[in-house]
Design a protein around this ligand. Sequence first.
Ligand SMILES: [Zn+2]
Length: 416
Amino acid sequence: MSEKRRRPVRPSAGQASPQKTARARDAASGKQPSGNKAAFVRFCVSGGLIAGVVLASFSLSSVLPAPDDPLSASAEASITPEPSPSAEPTISPTPAAFAPFGAQYGYGGEELIPQTPTPVPTDTPLVFTPTPTDTPAPSGYATLRKGASSEDVRKMQQALFDLGYLTDTVDGNYGANTANAVTAFQAINGLEADGVAGNKTLTLLYSGDAKPASAAPATDFLILVNRTHTLDENYVPSDLVSIANLLPSDIVKVKYKGTQANRTATEALAVMLRAAAADGITNWQVSSAYRTWKEQQKLVDNSVSAYLKNHSDWTKKQALSATYNTVAPAGTSEHQTGLSFDVTVPGVSFTGTKQQKWLHAHCAEYGFVVRFTEKKQKLTGFIAESWHIRYVGLEAAQIMTANDWCLEEYIDVLGK
Ligand SMILES: [Zn+2]
């Protein structure tokens, strides 16, 4: 580490030190919640009988395919192992204790009764009492997925809206924003975050026990994502908003309807573009912001297909190698953080435009850095992109810019 790196140039007096920033970052860098394991454990211990019955019905319904949806069974089967161990504890208390409950309602209880019945732990006073027979049998929710349009979707959207996951209109159409809201709901509640609302997701959503969007960990604005610091397929940032709702439409066009990004970053972008307009620079466009892991993978796949189509003698490996020169492999794109924007001018190449020059000269004043420059290519692992800005917060942006550090260097200085 050079001497220069150890002594950051201060953009102005009175700012927090990088060390202070590091502490703040520590405080803010909570990972995805470990799920509802602890809550369920407390629930099980204190809830006694009622908890047992509720859990029993929840667990049973969660293992049953939705009655109206032949796809749900295969969809459940294809799901990769849970990203966190949180789902398992919801099965307790022991199956032996509640298998008869399911059997009573004709839920294939035989299959649920273990070969060797597991004794109920003596410290858990769980006694099975039959539920009155006039109680309707719990039925599974039919799986809802992107493209669906129905009253059930509307009901789900309303619940997501009430919990703060959906900020758009509740219209009964399961579009990209709804899928992202479902994904965020699943991530924060310790479920498989796939954006498909299966029985497990809907049961929790309507249970009254679901964690609201506000339960998400605070955003780590200095999160480092590159070819060696990758994000999990299930990583979903918190506090996503539809950017068109926050950006001034007379100054900036959102190229793709429904584009989302982190709320704070989007607010900063709005302030910045208003300032640009005050300087006489308008006609902006946001070409891309938040992208899911799967969306990034799709960009990779599309590029590979295009290369193979145009170069009939290429192998897939060659096409992939060419693709990775310009398209980040899934999990390595910081667009997945919701903190990056591709800022462009409609219909023209961005580099060299007055908008590009203004952006590079002023973005640090609003908490952004030009993330990939030619000079830092070896450190960032990406070729220069004049249009790609990343929100890091005002202080970090000013320190990084004053010292000519890319994010990798700044993180290094912070000792992370
Ligand atoms: Zn970009």
